[in-house]
Design a protein around this ligand. Structure first.
Ligand SMILES: [Zn+2]
Ligand SMILES: [Zn+2]
Length: 128
């Protein structure tokens, strides 16, 4: 089920966490990262191609969970991977995160929601 298991590793060239000085698009959820927001900017080679990838702070939380749960993530598939795990584990907290991600992290009024906490992993839940 974990997407990372069937993925080709990328060759990371650089990774930074700058504060946006202009609007950027999150490569994961496609939302606009606004000036003043911190985001993750990575450059890597995948399949022989040079890729510039930007991840908003909210999607970084999902990446963090996938890193803890499965040992990594696939670039551009973070939302879909989360959804598959939510269905597989029948976890409402993960499904809620999926819904927020699909709404590009906005509430019903259209305002950006606070960056969520990283949900517990399956192991952490089992131990609790
Ligand atoms: Zn997994
Ligand atoms: Zn995003």
């Amino acid at each position: 089920m974990c997407m990372i298991d069937d993925s080709e590793p990328v060759t990371m060239l650089s990774r930074q966490e700058p504060v946006a000085t202009k609007t950027h698009r999150c490569t994961e959820c496609s939302r606009a990262i606004q000036p003043g927001e911190r985001y993750t900017r990575e450059a890597f080679v995948h399949d022989g191609s040079f890729v510039q990838h930007r991840t908003c702070a909210h999607c970084t939380v999902v990446r963090e969970w996938l890193a803890r749960e499965c040992g990594g993530h696939v670039f551009g598939e973070v939302g879909e991977d989360l959804h598959e795990h939510a269905i597989h584990y029948r976890r409402v907290d993960l499904l809620r995160l999926c819904v927020s991600s699909r709404r590009q992290w906005r509430n019903r009024a259209g305002a950006l929601i606070p960056v969520p906490e990283v949900p517990p992993t399956s192991d952490e839940r089992a131990a609790a």
